[in-house]
Design a protein around this ligand. Structure first.
Ligand code: NAD
Length: 481
């Protein structure tokens, strides 16, 4: 698969998925989808308006009337069907993700797989979850919250859609999904796949449109009971404020500025490549990217050498090439954002060890940036505090374990963190003091039953496993006199 060779014809999408069918948009606004490797138009998408959104909400409300009373077994059957339907299109989904936003295939492949696997993971979690408890004359049941609006970010749209849908269905909710408008092509492939699952009519609705139009309607509409959102802090704050008018239940998966603590007993030949992999995950456009690397002052010179060596393997180029580690940024806007942070870092006194401003040689036409590592970074600098969402790593020196923990926690965010070291007891002790929703030890790893979500400004609530399903449930107690 070669992203550049993929699309000579410009594709058009004019429909939304409402009440079990692809229906023409009431909206008239059309956006171009640009391929990040060369900025060419690859698709034109007609965006939904409020009327489309209200039709989708009404369909979901009707579906909830019966699906809200479904048994665990019925929901499990549907989750297995969704898994089978999505599995059939894994390579198309990966290709769309690579082409549409320049996600490197070595990341896009596993991300799509984990999205598809989310249906089976939710089925397993549901199987193990007691939905009812009784004692004496009291019975407590966990009831679906109702119609859920699922709003996603572009950077791993297929995963977010599958994950949120899986948890909502496991809980017995009907959904209206508003994917990122930057993910229209991948969403179309996914929805065509899920259509084959033969779901009850109206259970799944997908309307692609602007956040300020479709997203805002979902948030204010009294027939939507719950919003599950993945995206930026300012929009998360707005959703909380606006959702209060209709007492929405809200889950927010927001940004991060994740620390990686390299302990002084870490093996650099493994630890540094692991740290850079976490920093440049999804070309740095990942909420969990380990964008602050905390290293012992005493090992700084050795760390710098190890970073320079390791960076040779982090090549930039065509995201469809499995050897490539860093692809283009999703858009010109994102390209400029990364450039402005690199300039800011230099102005504030940090020093460039690798990379810098501008495009890498030979990659002048797309939104490519140079993977960049800054040294001499102080944790109060803008580049160490704000989420850049690009391949920019800040190396921050510390003197003691306590100082490393203090610096790691000195952030408005608390989504993800990592500890790298040889002594596991010590690494666990450090991990247990980090104010983050997920901490990994000695490299990026995953467990689909483990919760995902943030402390502080990284969000509210959790996804994955039983934690993700609980976010779509209400508790009811029935007491007999
Ligand atoms: P964004 O906040 O700009 O947009 C996210 C979604 O919200 C989009 O679908 C957008 O159309 C919609 N939206 C915009 N305005 C809205 C409004 N007024 N009401 C309702 N919806 C609205 O974020 P983005 O640029 O798509 O994604 C990048 C951000 O997402 C980063 O901050 C990143 O850290 C975060 N993110 C978090 C996680 C996580 O799991 N915590 C995962 C991926 C991305």
């Amino acid at each position: 698969m070669n992203a550049a060779a993929q699309s000579d014809a410009i594709r058009t999408i004019t429909t939304h998925y409402i009440d079990g069918a692809f229906v023409e948009s009431h909206g008239r606004e059309v956006i171009d989808i640009l391929r990040p490797t060369d900025g060419q138009v690859i698709a034109r998408v007609t965006l939904a308006n409020e009327e489309d959104t209200r039709c989708a909400i009404a369909a979901a409300r009707r579906a909830f009337g019966s699906f809200g009373r479904s048994s665990k077994e019925e929901r499990q059957t549907i989750l297995r069907r969704l898994h089978a339907a999505a599995s059939a299109r894994i390579s198309d989904l990966t290709a769309a993700m690579v082409e549409e936003y320049g996600g490197v295939v070595r990341f896009a492949g596993p991300i799509v797989q984990s999205g598809v696997d989310a249906f089976l993971a939710a089925e397993k979690a549901l199987q193990e979850m007691p939905l009812s408890r009784s004692w004496g004359k009291t019975t407590v049941t966990l009831e679906p919250v109702g119609v859920a609006g699922l709003i996603t970010a572009w950077n791993a749209n297929v995963l977010f859609v599958c994950l949120k849908l899986a948890s909502a269905v496991a809980a017995g909710c009907a959904v209206v999904i508003k994917p990122s408008e930057l993910s229209s092509l991948q969403t179309r492939v996914l929805v065509e796949a899920l259509h084959e699952a033969g779901l009850p009519q109206g259970l799944l609705n997908v309307v692609t449109g602007l956040g300020t139009v479709v997203g805002a309607e979902l948030v204010r509409n009294p027939d939507v009971d719950k919003i599950s959102f993945t995206g930026s802090v300012p929009i998360g704050e707005k959703i909380m404020r606006d959702g209060a008018d209709t007492m929405k239940r809200i889950t927010l998966e927001l940004g991060g500025k994740s620390p990686t603590i390299l302990l002084d007993d870490a093996a650099l030949d493994q630890g540094i490549p692991a740290a850079i992999t976490m920093a440049f995950l999804n070309s740095g456009q990942a909420c969990a990217a380990g964008s602050r690397l905390l290293v012992p002052e005493s090992r700084l010179d050795a760390v710098k050498r190890a970073i320079r060596d390791a960076m040779r393997a982090f090549t930039v180029g065509d995201p469809a090439d499995p050897k490539i580690a860093v692809g283009p940024m999703v858009s010109q806007k994102q390209y400029e954002r990364v450039q402005s942070y690199i300039r800011k870092g230099i102005e504030e006194g940090a020093e460039i060890l690798v990379g810098g401003e501008g495009r890498p040689q030979g990659l002048e036409s797309g939104y490519f940036v140079k993977p960049t590592v800054f040294i001499k970074v102080k944790n109060n600098m803008t580049i160490a505090q704000e989420e850049i969402f690009g391949p920019v790593l800040c190396v921050i020196a510390y003197d003691s374990e306590d100082e490393a923990i203090r610096i790691a926690n000195d952030s408005k965010y608390g989504l993800h963190a990592a500890v790298i070291g040889t002594d596991l007891h010590r690494a666990r002790r450090v991990a247990s003091q980090l104010r983050a929703g997920r901490v990994v030890i000695n490299g990026m790893t995953d467990d689909p039953q483990a919760p995902w979500g943030g402390f502080k400004y990284s969000g509210i609530g959790r996804e994955y496993g039983r934690y993700g399903i609980e976010a779509f449930l209400e508790t009811r107690a029935i007491l007999e006199a």
